[in-house]
Design a binder for this molecule. Sequence first.
Ligand code: E4P
Length: 218
Amino acid sequence: MKIFLDTANLEEIRKGVEWGIVDGVTTNPTLIAREKVPFKERIKEICDLVKGPVSAEVTALDWRGMVKEARELAKLDEHVVIKIPLTPDGIRAIKVLSSEGIRTNATLVFSPMQAVLAAKAGATYVSPFIGRVDDVSSDGLKMLEEIVVIFGNYSFEAEIIAASIRHPMHVLEAALMGVDIVTMPFSVLEKLFKHPLTDIGIERFTKDWERYKETMGR
Ligand code: E4P
């Protein structure tokens, strides 16, 4: 399972990269706006840090505009992946870009059949939004599971990115399904480390070691 960070914050990305467990990054217009920095410069900075796939989202809503933006963004760095929303224009743009060898990430996917359309158009990645489906009292993990089954049925090449992750249980369930990638906020990645028995264990080992050193020093 590959881990992507869902953030445009350099500090968070740097920490994750230093731990050696971050394979890529996903951004979106909201995450970029939160950082209050020039968009393209930030995408380049993230690429230099992570040296893996970095999703940068287009903001045009028509396919010609999307393709134009995508071609510009793709020039920034070899690691840039173009995030395209799942609309009829988005699907058309994905088809054009994939024929040019530009990698795409179909975003704002909320149903299995939307995921199928993206895979058929040649998307490199497809991002179902788990948390946002849960937010409207539906079952995001069930949607994800259905996508995993369908992609297996037809051996679609697109990789699935479980997105809109809210907590460690989303990550666990996605991993049990064998999802290719999970993109998560830094706060969720931090939570994956946590277990009270680890903290208690370290405390006990440290105390016992101190006592041992005292005894041996006598
Ligand atoms: C995915 O690539 C999106 O950036 C992200 O996962 C959206 O998550 P949210 O629903 O927490 O905004």
